[in-house]
Write a protein that binds this ligand. Structure first.
Ligand SMILES: C[S@@+](CC[C@H](N)C(=O)[O-])C[C@H]1O[C@@H](n2cnc3c(N)ncnc32)[C@H](O)[C@@H]1O
Ligand code: SF4
Length: 425
C-alpha cells in the first residue's frame, strides 16, 4: 500500500525491520542529472529542464548542496542502524560533468556520514566527451576504481543520428585515457538494434574494434523505444524504421557470438565480463535483489527495510527544495504487487535469478506469496509466452540461461509496441 512517509518515520520503520541486525550491506547510489546534450534514444534523464541539462555553475552548485544535505541527513542514521556500504555507483546523467572540487565535496559528505572502509567498488559513469585527464586524476585520488563509458556505436553516422556529443575518435581516445590513468576495471556501453541501422554490420564493426581494446566489461543494451524520446517519436512518425523482434534477437545473438568467442561471459542479460573470476568481486552483478540501497539525488530510488522510496524527480527543482523528503514511499505489499514484480523481473535477468531467502529479507514476503497474486501470475505467463522457461529448486527461481535474451527482447518488443501505441493515443 502506498503510504506517505517522512524521514523520521522511515528510519523508525527500517530500524524495526532490521531488528538489531548489524553489518548490513548497503549500496550507495549518487545520481547526477547533467549531460552535454540530450541523446535521441535516452530514457534516463527526464527530470531536469532543458536549460539546466548541461549543468552550468548555477545548476550544479545548488544540486551539489542538496545532495550533500541528503547524504548528511541519512548517512549517520543508516550507519547507526547497522548499515555498511560495500559498493557505490555514481550514474546519471553524467557524473563526470561535475568539476573536481564538486566531486570532492560530495565524497567528503559521504566520508563524514558513512563508514566507507568496507567499500570494495566505486563505479562512475561517463561519456567520452566528459572524460578528461584532470577529472580522472581526481576520481582515482578519491577512490573510484571502475568507470563505465557510454560509446553506444562507433559508426559516425549512427552517433550523429543518436544525437551523441562525441565522435568515434573521442570514444576510442576515452578508452586509451582510462588505461593511461591506470583504471583497469572499466565497462563500455553499446546499443544493439539501434534505429537508423538497417543491418547488424554496424554493431559487428563496433564490437570488433572495441574487442581489440580488450575491455574487462562490455554492456550491450537492445534499444528500448521510450515514449517522448526523440528517437521514439521518429519511429512513431515513421521517419525511421523499427527493428522487428526476430531481427532484434538476431542482432543480440551476433553480439553474444562475438563476445563469447572473445572469452567473455554474460552474468546478467546484456552484461558481459571478460574473466569468470571477476564476477565475484563486482558489486553490480547481483543487483535488484542484492540488498538494501540508498539513492542520493533527484529521482534516485532506494530500497530500505522493505520499503521502496523515490526522491523527488518530476521536477528537478522539487529535489532542490526538499532533498530529505521522499516523493514516493511504499512498503512492499501483496495488494500492490507491481513493484515486487519489477524487482523479480530484474533478478530473472541475472544468471542466479531470485534467491528465496534474499527475496524475503529484502521485501518481507515469501516468493510463494507473491506467486498467489493475479498480477504476478499473469506477468509470469506473459514472460513464458515471450519464450521464458523457468527452473526452480529449494534455493530459488531462475530463468534458463539459454532463453533469457529471447524472453527479455520479446517482452521488450511487446511493451515497446504497447508503449508507443499508448503514446499515439
Ligand atoms: C545512464 S545511461 C548513460 C551514461 C552516460 N551518460 C552516457 O551517455 O554514456 C547508461 C546507458 O544506458 C543505455 N541506454 C540509455 N537509453 C537507452 C535506450 N533507450 N535503449 C537502450 N539503451 C539505452 C546507454 O547505453 C547508456 O550508455
Ligand atoms: S545517454 Fe548519457 S549523455 Fe545521453 S542523455 Fe542519456 S545520460 Fe545523458
Amino acid at each position: 500500500m502506498t503510504v506517505p512517509i517522512g524521514p523520521a518515520q522511515l528510519v523508525e520503520a527500517v530500524a524495526a525491520e532490521l531488528d538489531g541486525l548489524t553489518d548490513q550491506p548497503l549500496e550507495l547510489y549518487v545520481h547526477v542529472p547533467f549531460c552535454a546534450s540530450k541523446c535521441h534514444f535516452c530514457d534516463w534523464v527526464t527530470d531536469i529542464p532543458v536549460n539546466r541539462l548541461r549543468g552550468d555553475q548555477t545548476a550544479r552548485s545548488p544540486y551539489v548542496a542538496a545532495v550533500r544535505e541528503q547524504i548528511r541527513y541519512y548517512g549517520p542514521l543508516l550507519t547507526r542502524l547497522g548499515y555498511q556500504p560495500h559498493c557505490m555507483y555514481w550514474g546519471g546523467g553524467t557524473p563526470t560533468r561535475l568539476e573536481p572540487e564538486e566531486m570532492r565535496a560530495i565524497h567528503e559528505a559521504l566520508e563524514e556520514s558513512f563508514d566507507l572502509a568496507g567499500l570494495v567498488q566505486w563505479s562512475m559513469e561517463t561519456t567520452p566527451n566528459d572524460l578528461t585527464a584532470e577529472r580522472l586524476d581526481t576520481m582515482r585520488e578519491l577512490g573510484v576504481n571502475r568507470v563505465s563509458v557510454g560509446v553506444q556505436s562507433l559508426d559516425p553516422a549512427q552517433l550523429r543520428r543518436a544525437g551523441r556529443a562525441h565522435n568515434r575518435d573521442q570514444a576510442l581516445a576515452a578508452i586509451d585515457l582510462l588505461r593511461a590513468a591506470g583504471i583497469e576495471n572499466f565497462n563500455v556501453d553499446l546499443i544493439s538494434s539501434f534505429p537508423g541501422e538497417t543491418s547488424t554490420a554496424g554493431l559487428a564493426a563496433t564490437l570488433e574494434t572495441i574487442l581489440e581494446r580488450n575491455p574487462p566489461h562490455v554492456s550491450v543494451y537492445p534499444y528500448r523505444a521510450t515514449p517522448k524520446t526523440v528517437m521514439a517519436m521518429q519511429l512513431d512518425r515513421e521517419q525511421m524504421e523499427a527493428w522487428d523482434v526476430g531481427s532484434m534477437i538476431e542482432a543480440y545473438e551476433l553480439a553474444m557470438e562475438m563476445l563469447t568467442a572473445a572469452g567473455y561471459h554474460e552474468y546478467c542479460h546484456g552484461y558481459w565480463v571478460r574473466r569468470a573470476e571477476d564476477e565475484d568481486v563486482d558489486g553490480n552483478y547481483k543487483y535488484d535483489l542484492a540488498g538494501d540501497k540508498i539513492g542520493f539525488g533527484s529521482g534516485a530510488e532506494s530500497l530500505l527495510g522493505h520499503h521502496m522510496l523515490l526522491n523527488p524527480s518530476a521536477q528537478y527543482a522539487d529535489y532542490l527544495r526538499a532533498p530529505l523528503q521522499f516523493a514516493h514511499a511504499e512498503r512492499f505489499s501483496l495488494e500492490e504487487p507491481e513493484r515486487l514484480t519489477a524487482l523479480v523481473g530484474g533478478a530473472l535477468m541475472t544468471r542466479e535469478g531470485v534467491d528465496f531467502a534474499r527475496f524475503r529479507r529484502l521485501t518481507g514476503f515469501g516468493f510463494d506469496e507473491l506467486r498467489t497474486t493475479r498480477h504476478f501470475a499473469a506477468w509470469l505467463d506473459l514472460l513464458q509466452e515471450c519464450g521464458g522457461r523457468f527452473v526452480e529448486d529449494e534455493r530459488g527461481f531462475r530463468m534458463e540461461r539459454a532463453v533469457i535474451h529471447k524472453a527479455y527482447i520479446t517482452h521488450l518488443a511487446y511493451t515497446m509496441s504497447h508503449g508507443l501505441a499508448l503514446a499515439r493515443g
